[in-house]
Design a protein around this ligand. Structure first.
Ligand SMILES: Nc1ncnc2c1ncn2[C@@H]1O[C@H](COP(=O)(O)OP(=O)(O)OP(=O)(O)O)[C@@H](O)[C@H]1O
Ligand SMILES: Nc1ccn([C@H]2C[C@H](O)[C@@H](COP(=O)(O)O)O2)c(=O)n1
Length: 225
């Protein structure tokens, strides 16, 4: 068994996966892998390519050829596509709207899952990995597996507060509720798999959720050989 500690966190949009994972990784001085950013980067590359999404084989081939560099410093995560820094661009609403089309292509998923596993294997001490299928597919043997959930209303309100005037109410609802519906066709993040700890953040603020995860990690560290 590897000495690297792997923490896997899944959950729906706006449940707090990124904020919690970054804070936990920073707390322990570990790496942070945002797998959603990898799908977003590929969605950006697809939009740049102009390929019709119906040509799934061509989209998957394009994705396979992309040089993706993912910076795993939780204080400043970055992502580059063939040398272009897309860290900020992939957060634009146009990417949130389109990303599920690309992440629904199984060949794209297979390619990114292999890259995610390689990034996990390259982590020096520990890594917190977040997404939709980390506890079930990417790292089912992680040392700690968490499903972070929150009431849909709380998640929409969080996203609305975050985006402010950059998005209308309808756009926010689309980014959270419609996207979850589309994403749940290819990944399972609404129910916990066996051995996965559920944390409901609906009524807890971010520091409280982070403290709960840190406690769980501490327990794992005591038991890990
Ligand atoms: N427990 C919490 N209480 C209140 N707000 C929170 C909590 N956790 C996260 N937030 C806020 O909610 C928003 C969404 O959080 P975050 O981006 O971490 O969610 P996410 O699950 O990674 O979403 P997505 O999958 O859509 O990227 C952010 O503005 C964040 O600061
Ligand atoms: N492991 C993952 C991570 C993400 N996705 C897809 C689904 C999301 O709509 C999109 C962007 O993720 P976010 O940045 O919002 O967390 O990527 C996935 O299918 N599997």
């Amino acid at each position: 068994m590897s000495n690297v500690v792997v923490v896997a966190i899944d959950g729906p949009s706006g449940s707090g996966k990124s904020s919690t994972s970054r804070a936990v990784a920073e707390h322990f001085g570990w790496a942070y892998l945002d797998t959603g950013a990898m799908y977003r980067a590929m969605a950006w590359a697809w939009l740049e390519s102009g390929l019709p999404i119906e040509q799934a084989d061509a989209v998957a081939a394009m994705v396979r050829n992309v040089r993706l560099e993912v910076g795993t410093d939780p204080a400043a995560p970055t992502i580059h596509v063939d040398g272009t820094d897309v860290t900020a661009t992939i957060r634009e609403p146009r990417i949130s709207t389109e990303v599920s089309k690309v992440s629904s292509i199984q060949q794209v998923r297979d390619d990114l899952i292999a890259r995610q596993r390689a990034a996990i294997a390259a982590a020096p001490d520990g890594i917190v990995v977040e997404g939709r299928d980390i506890t079930t597919v990417v790292a089912p043997d992680a040392d700690l597996r968490i499903l972070l959930v929150a009431d849909p209303r709380a998640r929409v309100a969080r996203r609305a507060a975050e985006l402010g005037e950059a998005a209308t109410g309808a756009e926010v609802t689309d980014q959270v509720i419609r996207r979850d519906r589309d994403d749940s066709k290819v990944t399972t993040f609404t129910e916990a798999a066996e051995g996965v700890t559920v944390i409901d953040s609906t009524h807890d603020d971010l520091p409280t959720v982070v403290a709960r995860v840190v406690d769980l990690v501490e327990q794992v560290l005591v038991e890990k050989p």
